[in-house]
Design a protein around this ligand. Sequence first.
Ligand code: ASN
Ligand code: ZN
Ligand code: CA
Length: 332
Amino acid sequence: WQGIENGTGNTQYSGTVTLGTALSGSSYTLNDTARGAHKTYNLNRATSGTGTLYSGSDDVWGNGSASNTETAAADAHYGAALTWDYYKNVQGRSGIRGDGVGAYSRVHYGNAYVNAFWDDSCFCMTYGDGTSNTHPLTSIDVAAHEMTHGVTSNTAGLNYSGESGGLNEATSDIFASTVEFYANNSSDVGDYLIGEKIDINGNGTPLRYQDKPSKDGASKDSWYSGIGSIDVHYSSGPANHFFYLLSEGSGTKTINGVTYNSPTSDGLPVTGIGRDKAALIWFKALTTKFTSTTNYAGARTGALAAAGELYGTTSAEYKAVQDAFAAINVGA
Ligand code: ASN
Ligand code: ZN
Ligand code: CA
């Protein structure tokens, strides 16, 4: 029997947080029994295997510094819990498969490994420690991005190449930001940037920008006929841009201290409907309209169908979906 406990995580990116843990005998473990028994393991720089389940004699995890082996675990465990809570409480989905069963996280993958990834075969997500092993890729948005790959894989199953691959990547970014806003964490406030906490470029800039994806130097702001040939982390750009425009509208806007300036390819303005409604539309499209081969044109059809079911085809929400797709050069 494993008792449900509330531990304390001293994270690197999100301050001091509550973690779901378990007490077994006299040992606490990073086993989130209230969230499908999602667990967090220490790979200790290995690149295979499950690693060692985090355990200890007290229920305090990490000290806010990457040099403490528990810190990345606290961040990863927290990010997984937030993502679980978002899908369950907002989207009505219990776990990645919708069956109430948790996945697991592995931290400290490899040496100075600068990536994180979801793997269907282990039903787990894995995090490197970043440059110089000082910036583990365990921020809220990265955790939500990786966990969302599991959700996409178990719903639409968007193939990870061509236009569907870009939509797969964008879906992970869309819920990365959505979960970050949902967390309402004062140390890691919500934004439409991906990876702004992990200093992946070494100069403090984020990995991706949803208001204007081309700011990263490689992503595209709008659809064009050859977009299926570029890397999925760049062909995601138009769908990320669509989500920003649908949520916040075009032009300049400051949210939580970050100023965005989102252009439209057709030069026409888009009036946002708010990120909560935008996320409901995208989730409904992902889980009930998209298939493994959905492309940008199909995403438009699917998102419009979802918006129509949620808000009606004569609604402002439906028109905003039309306008936001026109703004990324999809549809009329
Ligand atoms: N971090 C990347 C992603 O989630 C890893 C990859 O490209 N496989 O997309
Ligand atoms: Zn991804
Ligand atoms: Ca972010």
